[in-house]
Design a protein around this ligand. Structure first.
Ligand code: C2E
Ligand code: MG
Ligand code: MG
Ligand code: MG
Length: 284
């Protein structure tokens, strides 16, 4: 009996695993058609200047409206798209869309228009066409390069191979800002970081989360955040704190000299239309 039960359990486990694999496979296989059918869309989350208390920029975050599964967050499909390499096409689409949108705000709101910050996957940072794609998209949309920021993770920028490094320098010379996303969660070579053409560190939300209601509830975490802010400033970089959910966190980060905050306390990611109304009410 025990043996039979055990066997059935394994069988069940295998079936479930296969079903999950099939589902993942089907999701990957659908991506090219999904792009063609406009199932992907971009939401924008405000990046708040903590001193001016104004919207300095927005981060572009991709979503997928799947005909059967409904709304899928990037955590459901970015990893898959990285595996198949298809992220390069999707990423190019997001970049074009976000730059086009930022140009519309630029036309309507002029100098008050936010810059747009676009995530680059590791694969994209290794793509030999990256620099020419960015140049082409900026030319095509007419977005000033200073209104574009690219977010790369530590693992993407810490690669010591020549190609991605040259790409970063070329982008930086073009006038595009480079930010390191989720800083503090990967492996950074600080000596190397110092020589990279990077403008900003984005401190991962997990650190912000540790800044509790009463600042100092987790003193070690608070000191780590403070140290990260100081490190960025020592390197001549600005800092954005991700995942700001409470007033206390925003206050604490402001006191630490952090320039920018992003999180639900300020605004959730929203449609371009909603963002436009935020900008309209902000310029009253
Ligand atoms: P990320 O670049 O670190 O983006 C920030 C994530 O934190 C977003 O999740 C955002 O919705 C979420 N967030 C913002 N404020 C708060 C808050 O106050 N609390 C909490 N708990 N979360 C907050 P989202 O949109 O699900 O994106 C997840 C990740 O997917 C992104 O993390 C980024 O790594 C990736 N991603 C999103 N769009 C793209 C894209 O176009 N290309 C690439 N390569 N990756 C993307
Ligand atoms: Mg990001
Ligand atoms: Mg992040
Ligand atoms: Mg992330």
């Amino acid at each position: 009996w025990a043996k039979a039960d055990g066997k059935n359990q394994w069988a069940l486990f295998d079936t479930e695993r296969n079903a999950a694999e099939v589902a993942q496979f089907q999701l990957s296989a659908r991506m090219p058609a999904a792009l063609e059918h406009e199932e992907f869309y971009v939401e924008y989350q405000p990046l708040i200047d903590l001193h001016e208390q104004s919207m300095a920029g927005v981060e572009a975050l991709v979503r997928w409206w799947h005909p059967e599964l409904g709304r899928l967050g990037p955590d459901r499909f970015i990893g898959l798209a990285e595996e198949t390499g298809w992220i390069v096409s999707l990423g190019r689409w997001v970049l074009r869309r976000a730059c086009w949108q930022a140009t519309q705000w630029q036309r309507e709101f002029g100098t008050a228009a936010p810059f747009v910050s676009v995530n680059l996957a590791v694969r994209q940072s290794r793509d030999p066409r990256l620099v020419s794609d960015v140049a082409e998209i900026l030319a095509e949309t007419g977005l000033p390069p200073s209104k574009l920021q690219l977010e790369l993770t530590e693992s993407a920028v810490m690669d010591t191979a020549d190609e991605p490094l040259e790409a970063l320098h070329a982008l930086s010379r073009m006038g595009v800002r480079i930010a390191i996303d989720d800083f503090g969660t990967g492996y950074s070579n600080l000596a190397y970081l110092r020589r990279l053409p990077v403008h900003e560190l984005k401190i991962a939300g997990s650190f912000t989360e540790g800044l509790r209601e009463v600042a100092g509830t987790d003193p070690i975490n608070a000191r780590i955040v403070n140290t990260l802010v100081d490190l960025a400033h020592t390197l001549g970089l600005t800092v954005t704190a991700e995942g700001v959910e409470t007033h206390a966190q925003a206050q604490c980060l402001t006191d630490m000299g952090c320039e920018t905050g992003q999180g639900w306390f300020f605004a959730r990611p929203c449609s371009a239309e909603t963002l436009r109304s935020l900008l309209t009410s902000g310029t009253d």
